[in-house]
Design a protein around this ligand. Structure first.
Ligand code: UD1
Ligand code: MG
Length: 472
């Protein structure tokens, strides 16, 4: 029987004060909804159903990269019980363990979900509730336990008596594992006779107790996992927790961080051992850093692959491949389609786009290289650029091996510079340069002996006269 996950994400999240639905807000560059989807997958859930309502299209878009997610629209938000009923109405009765999660609770671990599924299966529970003991229980549904210690019911905060609010400190996390067939068979028993006039999914506990079906509660060890994000402050708190968790794992795996509070690594990025991450480093997307590298400070890499032994300093990079022993920065900008071959060097204030920089080639200072294929052993002088854009089309520059480009050269594409060619400084290259040739494009230097001295004397005298006039 497949394991299902229903993720509730129809709410608006008014406390975010946002034009966008709450679950599309990002935590370490992934939308909030991404996290429970992935935790559920990792815990073995095969079928993932996301209940959407407020900002439905934006939530779909936020999960556009994820395969095989089913969406169910809940047109009217009549409560968590109603949301699950909408799923049953949309896809029909289902079987198998069915985990219910919230789209705004991003810190739940896959292991916790797996334990919940396990408990439900082993004891054939109709429902297992994940409970926790938060520092402040205000607002949460409270767990009522019977004389035998088992769970009897969940009473929403607003429906509690003042005594219950003070005494019942074990809370409902909102995460459950149900038996799918018993859930779909009994979901219509939930009513809305309560303070909020909502259909509470929590009522299933009491309903099962009456039916004599086994229900259980599992107390989560780490209450941080159940931190819900309702406000920007909670979003920042959840980010700290996840950042801590990821950084602790990386340090355990052999990564050094000068200050772990100032390093942000997304959930899909990886870092090899003996790599040092300097402050203000962000590694997003499918970024992977090899062993023995130094990254940062002030570096943001998105979907960048870095091989072993590289140094990437003060750099912003997207969709770039960097081979071993490359040095980049400080202050380089690597745009999509960049490939820096082994031991290449890209230096200060250099921008590279959609280009290959060959083995051991150097672009050390103040250059723009776009749509270029460059061989090995090339040196690009300071301030040299490729003019790859004519205002409408982009054109290619091809530079062979062992080429020396003097400073301040403009290479107007399309253009080819052959192996071993030399281009004199300040040239504007508009024609192909054959292998081994010298290309020089600059006007002749003129010299007028003594002119500068005379001119300066004239100017100084002029100034003296003016000063005298003013003082008169
Ligand atoms: C719920 C639980 C409460 C628990 C708390 C934990 C119920 C009745 N109460 O309360 O016991 O302690 O979570 O955080 O379930 N949603 C929908 N459709 C709806 C209503 C809600 O998709 O019609 C989604 C919301 O977007 C949200 C989640 O379900 O992600 C929880 O809803 P919310 O209204 O926040 O429930 P709580 O009152 O916090
Ligand atoms: Mg809530």
């Amino acid at each position: 029987m497949p394991i299902n996950a229903i993720i509730l994400a129809a709410g608006e999240g008014t406390r975010m004060k946002s034009a966008h639905p709450k679950v599309t807000h990002k935590l370490l560059e992934k939308p909030l909804i991404w996290w429970p989807v992935h935790a559920a997958r990792e815990a073995g859930c095969e079928r993932i159903i996301v209940v959407i309502g407020h900002g439905a299209q934006e939530v779909r878009d936020a999960l556009a990269d994820e395969q095989g997610i089913e969406f169910v629209e809940q047109a009217e938000r009549l409560g968590t019980g109603h949301a699950v009923r909408c799923v049953r109405d949309a896809i029909g009765a289902f079987e198998g363990p069915t985990v219910v999660l919230y789209g705004d609770t991003p810190l739940v671990r896959a292991e916790t979900i797996a334990a919940l599924i396990d408990e439900t299966r082993t004891n054939r529970n109709a429902c297992t509730v994940l409970t926790f003991e938060p520092d402040d229980a205000t607002g949460y549904g409270r767990v009522l336990r019977g004389d035998d210690g088992g769970i009897e019911a969940i009473i929403e905060h607003k429906d509690c008596t003042p005594e219950q609010r003070d005494e019942l400190l074990e809370c409902n996390s909102g995460i459950y594992c149900f038996c799918g067939s018993r859930l779909t068979a009994n979901i219509d028993r939930i009513g809305n006779d309560n303070v909020q006039g909502e259909y509470y999914l929590t009522d299933m506990v009491g309903i099962y107790k009456e039916l004599g079906e086994p229900v259980a509660a599992l107390l989560a060890e780490d209450p941080d996992e159940l931190l819900g994000v309702n406000s920007r402050i909670q979003l920042a708190q959840a980010t700290y927790v996840m950042q801590d968790r990821i950084n602790a794992r990386l340090m355990d795996e052999g990564v050094t961080m000068l200050d772990p509070a100032l390093v942000w690594v997304g959930p899909e990025a990886s870092v090899g051992r003996d790599t040092v991450l300097m402050p203000m480093t962000m590694l997003w997307g499918a970024t992977s850093i090899g062993e023995g590298c130094t990254v940062g400070p002030n570096t943001r890499l998105t979907d960048v692959t870095v091989a072993d032994g590289c140094s990437i300093e003060e750099t912003v990079g997207y969709s770039t491949v960097i081979d071993e022993g490359v040095t980049v920065g400080p202050r380089a900008y690597l745009r999509p389609g960049t490939h820096l071959c082994a031991r290449a060097h890209v230096g200060t204030h250099v921008e590279i786009k959609n280009s290959t920089i060959g083995e051991g080639s150097k672009v050390p200072h103040l250059s723009y290289i776009g749509d270029t294929t460059m061989g090995s052993g090339v040196n690009i002088g300071a301030g040299s650029i490729t003019c790859n854009y004519d205002g409408v089309f982009k054109h290619k520059t091809v530079i062979g091996n062992d080429v020396f480009i003097g400073s301040d050269t403009m290479m107007v594409a399309p253009v080819k510079i052959g192996d071993g060619a030399l281009v004199g400084a300040a040239s504007c290259i508009t024609q192909d340069v054959p292998a081994g040739a010298l290309a020089l494009e600059r006007s002749e230097q003129q010299m007028i002996e003594g002119y500068a001295t005379q001119r300066m004397q004239q100017l100084k005298k002029q100034k003296e006269r003016l000063n005298k006039k003013e003082n008169r």
